[in-house]
Write a protein that binds this ligand. Structure first.
Ligand code: DON
Length: 337
């Protein structure tokens, strides 16, 4: 019996190797990159190890491929924004959310204190202003219920119970003066409710949710799979809303690098100052990357390199003729028998 089993496992391992080999090769070549700086404007984040590095891919049919530090927990930070945006859309519908948050890229830094002069709205839900206004839209009879709904939503995407890193939350809360200024500027223009201080707390909580690289890949695969978690088969968001999340991720997800990202990489993505990047290849798979050193725009340096190479090598650009991802699918084919 054991021989047959070993043989079978061996066959399976070799069958799944092609993609895993690609990821191992990318990890080996980008791990030595020592550019960028670990975020420190939130003091607790400065404790991150700049050598940490993980790459994961999760397919829309539930396969997961991981190399490097894929189980290491870190805080989700801005990667939380498109998912909370989805919750706000489910809670209030498109038109009400659009009356409070626009969908235009700013070309500015993620924490810029700017609103759209014409409408006084924050430009989009991916920058801090828009994310704070989005958090303000999360329904709940009180703060605990709003936090519970938030964690439940992330739990559907990740397929597990979710927790908040309280030390990062407290660190962000104690240094969150710029975000408070943005919140109260929007209160002045009626873009947020008078419970803005509670919503700022909710925003600090959402940014402090603990994830790992594998989680990010599965969150991406859930969006790639029309809103259903491909492993647990649980629906995390109504299917018709997925396109709105992917649109703002592509146009605004990488901040003042979003234009070049859409041009060169063309993958709806979102980065966070904790060092994570999530990417979505609609209909195919999700990408999760973790590497704390950030460039001047707040995006993971190794994460950008890996996504750029994956996109170029496997034709993942969303406007790639004859839809991209085929080459990578071929790598997956052996595991599908
Ligand atoms: O509000 C902040 O500044 C952080 N909690 C999130 C910013 C962030 O992740 C920007 N992403 N690159």
């Amino acid at each position: 019996m054991t021989d047959e089993l070993d043989l079978l496992i061996g066959k399976m391992k070799t069958a799944a190797a092609p993609l895993r080999d690609v990821l191992r090769d990318l990890h080996a070549r980008y791990a030595p990159v020592d550019e960028g700086k670990v975020a420190d404007y939130i003091p607790e984040l400065a404790k991150a190890d700049s050598r940490s590095f993980g790459i994961a891919i999760a397919t829309a049919d539930g396969q997961v491929f991981e190399v490097g530090d894929c189980k290491q927990l870190f805080t989700i930070q801005s990667i939380s924004k498109p998912f909370v945006y989805g919750l706000a859309l489910e809670d209030h519908g498109l038109e009400h959310v659009l009356s409070k948050v626009g969908v235009e890229p700013t070309g500015e830094a993620f924490n810029a204190i700017v609103l759209d002069e014409a409408s006084n709205r924050p430009f989009n839900p991916m920058v801090n202003a828009g994310a704070i206004a989005t958090a303000d839209l999360v329904k709940g009879k009180d703060f605990p219920e709003r936090v519970t709904r938030l964690l439940a939503m992330f739990g559907k995407y990740c397929g597990r119970d979710m927790y908040i890193d309280n030390s990062v939350f407290m660190s962000e809360r104690m240094t969150g003066h710029r975000n408070r200024a943005i919140g109260h500027l929007m209160l002045n223009f009626g873009m947020v409710s008078d419970k803005v201080d509670e919503s700022l707390e909710l925003y600090f909580q959402q940014c402090s949710v603990l994830v790992n690289c594998r989680d990010l890949a599965i969150m991406g695969a859930t969006l790639a799979n029309g809103g259903v978690n491909p492993i647990t088969k649980v629906r995390a968001i109504q299917q018709p809303l997925v396109k709105y999340l992917l649109s703002v991720m592509l146009s605004c997800g990488m901040y003042d690098y979003a234009g070049e990202w859409a041009y060169r990489v063309g993958i709806p993505s979102k980065s966070g100052v904790g060092g994570g990047i999530v990417g979505v290849i609609p209909g195919h798979f999700g990408i999760g990357i973790f590497s704390p050193p950030l460039d001047a725009k707040g995006n993971s340096v190794r994460g950008i390199r890996v996504c750029t190479e994956l996109s170029e090598r496997f034709g993942l650009h969303c406007f790639e003729s004859g839809f991209g991802g085929k080459k990578l699918q071929e790598l997956l084919a052996p595991t599908r028998g």
